[in-house]
Write a protein that binds this ligand. Structure first.
Ligand SMILES: *Cc1c(COP(=O)(O)O)cnc(C)c1O
Length: 401
């Protein structure tokens, strides 16, 4: 069937069980494989390709930037860093930004800020409150903050100093803070991604903001996956009308160019001083230009409103299509960050969707996850549902394993 066989991965470290497809190029919300087959991109490289593929304004801007400067060093001033930092502060209402290259690096910086915040107050063994279902990355510190035992297995000893409680349980948070006076920060994803699209409820976020103010703690919201317009606001916590003290960002910020950022409000902005943290690549001109162009195009093309409106179409088409299915547990999420929880493992859908010309993800074993580009049209949203719904129905029509 494959005219063009899959490339040999003999010399690629096998950290991923890959699907049997090799992609060659893309346009908008569509990608083509090396055999010429066209697939609808319901995943955007895991919430990364905000503007889809081969965007007509992003690509020339990046080409121009490559011809000017790709990399300099943080030894020098950078006009592009200043511009992107100002823009991120404008849309978040926060105060300053540290740039890095990925989600785990942004979280690593947040964890350093939380510890230093404690040390600055005479707390030499600071602890950080984290949550069940959390995913924060795969470095030693961020996998220690992550909840999934599969991600931690084989990499102990874990970094100490994390206390874990259930999500959306204010009483558990208050009890943990009472029992652990060294806690300096509360750290969570505003909407858990890898954990199965589990939103922190609005009232819970508001309660955490209150608790942090009362106890002089930092509220650190990992918006690496749910931020940058995906839910229909710039940042998912803005639906709760609160502001975090520390907000790690990455995935969608560069529309495919690697970038990370940690954005800080007034209580955290002064914690790291010259010499406390650094990065070689972070804040490089190519990544900064990608961030600036992404945010500018999102604004000019109304992509926040699009994420909300097209997200509603997608969600509507999914819930109509799956209405009455006993094996459907719940459709969750916001805007173009949606999870469909089934009553059984959903991994078989990955190759079935591939055969139907659709890229998706399955996370937390039973949750089909959709994170399409924010340029998705209403027709493309209906097309995702048209390809996905029959496969889910067929799976749910089989005897439950
Ligand atoms: C993807 C993700 C990370 C890790 O980002 P990397 O760029 O893969 O290091 C951290 N937190 C959340 C919420 C994520 O979704």
């Amino acid at each position: 069937m494959n005219a063009d066989p899959l490339p040999s991965d003999a010399h690629v470290m096998p950290t991923y069980g890959r699907l049997p497809v090799a992609l060659s190029h893309g346009q908008g919300c569509w990608v083509w494989d090396t055999t010429g087959r066209r697939l609808l991109d319901g995943l955007a490289g895991i919430a990364v390709n905000t503007l889809g593929h081969n965007h007509p304004r992003l690509v020339p801007a990046l080409q121009e930037q490559i011809g000017k400067l790709i990399h300099t060093s943080n030894y020098y001033h950078s006009p592009l860093q200043s511009r992107l930092a100002s823009k991120l502060c404008e849309i978040s209402g926060l105060e300053n930004v540290f740039f890095c290259n990925s989600g785990l690096e942004a979280n690593e910086a947040a964890l350093k800020i939380a510890r230093k915040f404690g040390h600055d107050r005479g707390n030499t063994a600071p602890e950080i409150l984290v949550f069940e279902g959390a995913f924060h990355g795969r470095s030693i510190a961020t996998l220690s903050a992550t909840a999934n035992p599969k991600i931690q297995a084989g990499f102990g000893p874990l970094v100490p100093g994390f206390v874990r409680v259930p999500l959306n349980d204010v009483a558990a948070v208050e009890a943990a803070i009472a029992a652990h006076p060294n806690i300096t920060a509360i750290f969570l994803e505003t909407i858990q991604g890898e954990g199965g699209i589990n939103p922190a409820r609005v009232q819970f976020l508001q309660a955490l903001r209150r608790v942090c103010d009362e106890h002089d703690l930092l509220l650190m919201l990992d918006e690496v996956q749910c931020g940058i317009g995906r839910t229909g606001k710039w940042f998912a916590h803005q639906w709760a009308g609160i502001k975090p003290d520390v907000m790690p960002l990455a995935k969608g910020l560069g529309s495919g160019v690697p970038i990370g950022a940690v954005v800080c409000g007034p209580r955290a902005a002064g914690v790291l001083k010259a010499g406390n943290h650094g990065t070689t690549f972070g804040g490089n001109p190519l990544a900064m230009r990608a961030g600036i162009e992404t945010l500018t195009i999102m604004e000019e093309d109304g992509l926040l409103a699009n994420a909300e409106a097209v997200g509603a179409t997608l969600r509507g088409a999914l819930s109509d299509g799956l209405a009455g299915e006993a094996g459907l547990v719940e459709i969750r999420g916001q805007g173009l960050m949606l999870g469909i929880e089934l009553d059984r493992p959903a991994g078989v859908l990955l190759t079935q969707c591939l055969d139907a010309g659709l890229l998706i993800s399955v996370t937390a074993d039973r949750v089909v996850r959709l994170l399409p580009p924010l340029i998705l049209t209403h027709d493309e949203a209906r097309e995702i549902a048209a390809r996905l719904v029959p496969l889910i129905k067929a799976l749910l029509g089989q005897p439950k394993p």
